[in-house]
Design a protein around this ligand. Structure first.
Ligand code: PMP
Length: 286
């Protein structure tokens, strides 16, 4: 079946889905994005993703180009036209097309909006989670505003490629004080020897993952002891369990960090329980 993309007001064949070379997203990564899971044809946690989108746009002074209701319609329509039952919908908004110049365009130009959707086989994600993934650690060389979900992902791209070259799936960024911030495209968690769930506070140094927020609720329901604090690489290496969260990974166990086995080197019960209970706490509008 041919894929369809939404580009600035039009639904077009994926192969013809193009933006201008002077789009500021292309020239400067002057834009933001969201990725939302689609499950049974419905978006998971749309409300929270849209709230974060509004915050990201606000942070870089791009006016919301259409109402949230209209944007919700476009997302649903793109999912529908691609007949996605299970998969992901991607949304990107940039400052728009203007002659290349660092200053914001004057007068303002309309933001560019792109939406794509693609199916993903849930069985593949389950297989990865059942095995667990390896991660490497890399110095966090990103800017301070990682709370903004910007398309400027070069450090993340390089870190994840380094992970791949090392036979791992994710890279964990480590700050100057030796504490893990987050993954290249995931939030990072550990379970300590005392059974405490630890993840870094989202006030600085990380993107406040929607999945992270939902997992904190799941953890509360499961009556797990949670500590929102930074943890070191040494602490992670000595942890009982480690895992990552994101809209595309839910909770996926980490079984090796920098080549060293975590716990007994297999997925642990806490990560598994969080993964199994995640969709009960996520908001799925039907
Ligand atoms: N951190 C980074 C750097 C990410 O790119 C992502 C995924 N977009 C996350 C964390 C997880 O966020 P979410 O749970 O909203 O997918």
């Amino acid at each position: 079946m041919s894929r369809i993309a939404y580009v600035n007001g039009l639904y077009v064949p994926h192969a013809d889905a193009v933006v201008h070379v002077e789009d500021r997203g292309y020239q400067f990564a002057d834009g933001v994005y969201e990725v939302c899971e689609v499950r049974g044809g419905h978006m998971v946690d749309e409300r929270r993703h849209m709230e974060r989108l509004v915050r990201s746009l606000d942070a870089i002074h791009i006016a919301m180009p259409m109402s949230l209701a209209a944007l919700g319609f476009v997302l649903r329509e793109t999912i529908r036209r691609n007949r996605v039952r299970n998969g992901f919908v991607y949304l990107q908004i940039t400052r728009g097309v203007a002659r290349r110049d660092h200053y914001f365009p004057v007068p303002e130009v309309p933001p560019s909006i792109v939406v794509t959707a693609r199916a993903a086989d849930p069985a593949k994600g389950e297989a990865v989670a059942a095995q667990g993934i390896a991660v490497i650690t890399v110095p966090d060389n990103r800017w301070e505003r990682v709370d903004i979900k910007t398309t400027g992902l070069l450090p993340n791209v390089l870190a994840k490629e380094a992970a791949k070259q090392a036979g791992a799936r994710e890279a964990w960024f480590v700050d100057a004080s030796g504490h893990v911030t987050e993954g290249g495209s995931t939030n990072a968690w550990i379970v300590t020897g005392e059974g405490r769930l630890v993840t870094r506070p989202a006030e600085s140094g990380i993107l406040r993952g929607i999945t992270r927020t939902v997992m904190l609720e799941v953890a509360q329901k499961l009556q797990l002891r949670v500590e929102e604090r930074a943890f070191t690489v040494a602490e992670a290496l000595a942890a009982r369990e480690a895992f990552v969260t994101s809209a595309t990974n839910f909770a996926t166990p980490v079984v090796r960090i920098d080549g060293q086995a975590i716990g007994d080197g297999t997925p642990g019960p806490v990560a598994r329980a969080l993964r199994e209970n995640y969709h009960k706490s996520a908001e799925i509008a039907r």
